[in-house]
Design a protein around this ligand. Sequence first.
Ligand code: BES
Ligand code: ZN
Ligand code: ZN
Length: 497
Amino acid sequence: MSRKITINFSKSSAIDGGLVVLLCPEGGELPQSAAQADPEGVLKRAMDVAEFEGKKFAALEMLVPQGSSADRIAVVGIGDPAELNGKDWLRIGGAVFGQVKKSQKVTVFADAGDSEVPADEIANIALGILLRSYRFDAYKTKKNDNGKSGKNDSVAVTLVSGNAASAKKAFASARAVADGVALARDLVNEPANVLGPVEFAKKASALEKLGVEVEILTEKEMKKLGMHALLGVAQGSVRPPRLAVMQWKGGKQKQKPIAFIGKGVVFDTGGISLKPGAGMEDMKGDMGGAAAVLGLMHALAARKAKANVIGILGLVENMPDGNAQRPGDIVTSMSGQTIEVINTDAEGRLVLCDALWYCRDRFEPQFMINLATLTGAIIVALGHHHAGLFSNDDELCDRLSQAGNTTGEQVWRMPLAPEYDKLIDSKFADMKNVGGRWAGSITAGQFLQRFVNETPWAHLDIAGTAMGSPQTEINRSWASGFGVRLLDELVRAHYER
Ligand code: BES
Ligand code: ZN
Ligand code: ZN
């Protein structure tokens, strides 16, 4: 749905029209390669006049010097090249794409002052370009100001570097990740009238073409398994629930799998505990956890990750209806534990508890990580810049935090403790699905923990980061695709043989 974008790598490029982008370190000295575009030093003067100093991610378009074969010229600041990390190069890529505008041909001279940009970082620039270029315009029927319908305006980007050959290799896996992020964003942006549980499950089945084994469990099969917590949420909707179970077997045969589980509430009205009308449309994104897991599975399979990975999606719609579940209802989860449903809007945990139990029961994974747009309270606590991390395992937490720092998809650990656990004890059943006014994100985490036993587990509350998060160099869409890059990095750094 995004602008169709091709990325090439080249050792040298003669400029022949289109946009030329130069990278400029802090201090405002253009690199050697700029000589081709700026034989007379005109650009340098233009930069001085505009007080462009090469600050990280700053950008400036300039008048094309007479006799240049470029149609447009822009410069992007990169700060101090010695201090740049992967995350920075990614954002530089985003800033580069920010200058593309209507150009259909782009040549980026990828050098950092007097030194070459390393191949992996050139791949990061390319990834940043792809992430920034994403847009969701499937339902815009009017032509854009390019005079072209959004679907046809392609752009060809050439990254010029001495490291072109190895950059091209590194880019293959970056492309897989970019596609995974775009898939997750598409799913979150897609409205619920188009994307119900059945349609979402079909998207999971589509991964079979990448070699992922996919099973889709229907209502009947879930009933047999005793997943009455998940089924209770679904019973108010005319659209039946699904549980998607994906397996990517890229690791050694005997290697225990790692597992990712996503909350996939395709729309959350709150059910009988109906949400207020204002902003309810955002609840089409309440499947952001499932979208991230599906995007991750896509990325891992497309880049042929050497790991055994399970992905499970709990797919339901939470609606009010004559048949919907009521506050006070008591359901029996697959684990056998009973739950008093105090608030039908605390539905995500009801979906996840059966998915988590199913996962550990069937696969006995090395660890389970679930992702969920679980609580509004996590937005109150952390805003839109960190996802909440809840876990029973310090090593897993450290690895997730590290992956967060590497990718820029940051997490922040929150506590779990018996004092909080007590808050979800119920008068009538083993537990209730809400813990009262305070510490709402933590009591939600305590609830999930009751379904993982001793399995190393982490819960990522992505309510603040999956959608409506700040617009950045690498994301201009409502849906961010949060989690795909974070977990791809986690797998890459620790779980591939
Ligand atoms: N899907 C919501 C959480 C949410 C809120 C996600 C805002 C994204 C943005 C979740 O199902 C929910 O409604 N949680 C309730 C829990 C409460 C009833 C204990 C909430 O956060 O208010
Ligand atoms: Zn809810
Ligand atoms: Zn919800």
